[in-house]
Design a protein around this ligand. Structure first.
Ligand code: ZN
Length: 420
């Protein structure tokens, strides 16, 4: 399979052709002549590495609109009430809906933790997307449950690691330090190490989590996880809101990646935003996540980039505290580094995960500063084409891998069943 993308504009403003052979970008140059099976004329389009969403729960699209504008307590109760009833069939329908929304909004890879993960993996396989998937473990101190959770998680790794032409990889996701025992957390680290796969966990999302950890373990969340050996370059810590500078330093020293989820944090009114300036000063890798649709409610990484930059600027009374370049980096290279995948940049030898945006859309004109346009002006609807693993999955806004009408219809039907 070979594909030539002609005359694309890069975020730097320079023009380039992009030659893709099999799953990789093989050459980037201003004028490439090559006989390829497929050609895309990208004149008037901006090429970007596909956006990487490093924290979500894809199937939660079916809960979009449930428990809106309620207190955190009432929202949780409303979501849990449907979550306990959800069937594998519904997980499949919700995940398929999520893949359609993500492809349309320029996301080419996502990092997911949830349950009935075989269904999520099937949806990913069908969609053509890339994903890191893991069965989210919770034991609440129950020994029997711990054993069965670890077994399900490990089986998923054995079944799916490297599947779908290498687009699917597995992770070990203990849900959080408040839903997992010490023993489960330690066993999770051992499992992640055994298979050399990422360890994905929620960390310091709310102030209550910090207070509860302090009273239960006499340690703040980061030193607590460190005492259990959970912090390494394999670790992706979602949220990272309520951190002290010392905790950021420890996370940076252990080479943990942050997945910042500003939209979810603000929608649930957590009252704070991740300390991005300190996270960057101390050298911690930053990536971005949407979190699940129940707390966002969109899966758009364009919104995530803008919300993070704006919320940090505003909270610090400092318009230089976050930049468009930093947001683009976090949504692409930072995400790839967090997940340990060879993507996130337009360069020879990188995986061919590429999106094109309509540079002539009114909201992207003029082109004084393309990076700023992409972060502060662009929206999901500007994405016209998506290439993942060297294959075109969306062409001129038409999804090629999914029957979108059917996906939408099925999701609507299953969501209605869920609340009936
Ligand atoms: Zn989450």
């Amino acid at each position: 399979m070979s594909l030539l993308v002609k005359n694309a504009t890069l975020p730097s403003g320079k023009k380039s052709d992009i030659l893709i052979e099999d799953s990789l970008i093989s050459k980037m140059a201003p004028s490439i002549t090559a006989r390829t099976e497929e050609k895309i004329d990208a004149s008037g389009k901006i090429a970007l590495p596909g956006l990487i969403n490093t924290h979500t729960h894809a199937a939660m699209t079916l809960f979009r609109g449930i428990g809106e504008d309620a207190t955190l307590h009432d929202w949780l109760a409303a979501v849990r009430a449907v979550e306990v009833k959800v069937t594998p069939r519904q997980i499949r329908a919700g995940s398929a809906l999520a893949t359609a929304e993500m492809i349309r909004s320029g996301t080419t890879c996502f990092n997911d933790m949830y349950f009935f993960m075989d269904e999520v993996a099937e949806a990913v396989q069908e969609s053509g997307m890339r994903a890191v998937l893991g069965y989210s473990m919770v034991d609440m101190g129950d020994v029997g449950k711990r054993k069965s959770e670890l077994k399900i998680c490990e089986q998923f790794i054995k079944d799916w690691q490297g599947k779908a032409d290498g687009r699917i990889s597995a992770s070990v996701p203990p849900h959080s330090l408040y839903l997992c025992s010490k023993e489960l957390l330690a066993a999770s680290e051992a499992l992640s190490k055994k298979y050399s796969v990422p360890l994905h966990i929620h960390l310091s999302e709310t102030r209550k989590e910090v207070f509860d950890c302090l009273s239960a373990h006499k340690l703040r969340p980061v030193p607590y996880l460190d005492s259990l050996g959970l912090l390494s370059s394999r670790t992706i810590a979602a949220h990272c809101v309520w951190l002290t500078k010392e905790e950021v330093r420890l996370l940076a020293n252990r080479k943990v990646s942050a997945s910042l989820c500003p939209v979810s944090n603000m929608k649930l009114a957590g009252g704070a935003i991740a300390p991005l300036p300190e996270i960057q000063q101390l050298g911690m890798n930053v990536s971005l996540g949407t979190d699940g649709s129940a707390s966002n409610d969109s899966l758009s990484m364009f919104e995530t980039m803008k919300f993070l930059a704006l919320s940090v600027k505003n909270a610090r009374w400092d318009a230089t505290a976050a930049t468009a370049q930093q947001m683009l980096f976090a949504a692409t290279e930072g995400g790839a580094a967090a997940l340990g995948i060879n993507a996130g940049a337009l360069a020879a030898g990188k995986l061919a995960d590429i999106i094109l945006l309509d540079a002539r859309a009114p909201n992207l004109v003029p082109a004084h500063n393309i990076a700023a346009n992409l972060v502060y002006s662009a929206h999901a609807g500007n994405v016209t084409d998506s290439i993942i693993n060297g294959k075109v999955v969306m062409r001129e806004r038409k999804l090629l891998t999914l029957d979108e009408e059917k996906v939408v219809e099925r999701a609507q039907k299953e969501a209605e069943r869920l609340v009936a």
